[in-house]
Design a protein around this ligand. Structure first.
Ligand code: NAP
Length: 252
C-alpha cells in the first residue's frame, strides 16, 4: 500500500489530511509533528512526533518507512524543516510537494511597515517609539521574542498557544495564552481592551489568524509585517485541492 508522509503542525496540514483521506481511503497517511504544542488538534490518521535528526535523519526515515510521497504542509515560517524536506526527498528519491498558504496582500486602508525579519521589525518599532511610548501587540508566536528585548519605549502584549520560557519574554510584557482561530470581532475587542497602538505579525496567510489584520485595518492601527523567507526549492502549491491532485498524480 502507498504511504504518504505529511509534515504538519498547521490547520492547513490537518485540512489536507482530511481531504486526502476522503479522496484516497486506501492510502496510508502518517502525520508528523515537531511536538512543540501540548494536546495538538489532530486529524484522523497515524501520528508521529519529534524531529527526525536533520535532512539526513528524514531521508533515512523516508527509506526505512517505505514512504511513497512527502507533503510538507508546515507553517510558512518553519523554514528549516521545509529545507530539510526538500533535501531529504531528493536524497531518498521520494517525490515532495510543499503546500504553503498564499500570503495576505495589502488591502485599501492597511498601513503596513514591511520588515525582512524580526530584527528589522524591532528596528521599525524602535524608530516609531522614539517620540512616544507604544503598546505593541507582538503576535509572532513564542520563538522569536529575543529580537524585541531592548525596546525601552515599547510595552508588549504577547499572545501564544504555549507559554514561552519566562526569560524569553520582553521585560514587563503581558502574556496572553490562547489558541486560534481568532475572528475579526474578537480581535477588535482584544486590540481595544489592550489599548494596542501597533501590531507585529507574520504574513501567515489563511483565515485562522487574519482577524487581527482586518481588525487593525478597521481601527487604523499600523502593522509591522515580518516577511517570509524564500520559498523552499521544489514543487509548491497553495491549496488543499491542488495538493490532493498532486497526490493523485503520484499514485497513478
Ligand atoms: P523549523 O524551525 O523549521 O524546524 C526546526 C526543527 O524542528 C526541524 O529541523 C525538525 O527537527 C523539527 N520539526 C519541525 N517541524 C516538524 C514536523 N512537522 N515533524 C517533525 N519534526 C519537525 O520549525 P518551527 O518554526 O520550529 O516549527 C515547528 C512546528 O510548528 C512545525 O510543525 C510548524 O508547522 C509549526 N508551526 C510553526 C510556526 C512558526 O511560525 N514557525 C507557526 C505555527 C506552527 P529535525 O531537524 O530534528 O528533524
Amino acid at each position: 500500500m502507498a504511504r504518504l508522509l505529511v509534515l504538519g503542525g498547521t490547520e492547513l496540514a490537518n485540512s489536507f489530511v482530511a481531504a486526502v483521506r476522503e479522496a484516497h481511503p486506501d492510502l496510508e497517511i502518517i502525520l508528523s509533528l515537531a511536538g512543540r504544542t501540548r494536546d495538538p488538534k489532530l486529524p484522523d490518521c497515524e501520528v508521529r512526533t519529534g524531529g527526525f535528526g536533520g535532512a539526513e535523519g528524514l531521508a533515512e526515515y523516508l527509506k526505512t518507512e517505505g514512504i511513497s510521497a512527502l507533503v510538507d504542509a508546515t507553517h510558512p515560517y518553519a523554514a528549516r524543516i521545509s529545507a530539510n524536506a526538500a533535501e531529504a526527498a531528493k536524497a531518498a528519491l521520494v517525490p515532495c510537494l510543499h503546500l504553503i498558504r498564499p500570503e495576505w496582500n495589502r488591502e485599501p486602508g492597511d498601513n503596513w511597515h514591511m520588515a525582512a525579519d524580526n530584527e528589522a521589525a524591532a528596528d521599525i518599532l524602535d524608530e516609531l517609539s522614539s517620540n512616544a511610548p507604544l503598546t505593541v501587540f507582538l503576535s509572532i508566536g513564542r520563538q522569536d521574542l529575543a529580537s524585541y528585548f531592548l525596546l525601552w519605549n515599547c510595552a508588549f502584549v504577547v499572545r501564544s498557544v504555549e507559554p514561552p520560557p519566562e526569560e524569553d519574554l520582553p521585560p514587563d510584557a503581558k502574556l496572553v495564552l490562547a489558541r486560534g482561530p481568532f475572528g475579526e470581532a474578537d480581535e477588535l475587542a482584544f486590540l481595544s481592551e489592550n489599548a494596542v497602538d501597533i501590531l507585529v505579525s507574520k504574513n501567515s496567510g489563511g483565515s485562522a489568524t487574519y482577524g487581527k489584520i482586518a481588525a487593525a485595518r478597521r481601527l487604523r492601527i499600523p502593522v509591522v509585517m515580518v516577511e517570509r523567507s524564500a520559498l523552499p526549492s521544489g514543487e509548491v502549491v497553495g491549496t488543499v485541492v491542488d495538493a490532493v491532485d498532486w497526490v493523485a498524480a503520484q499514485l497513478r
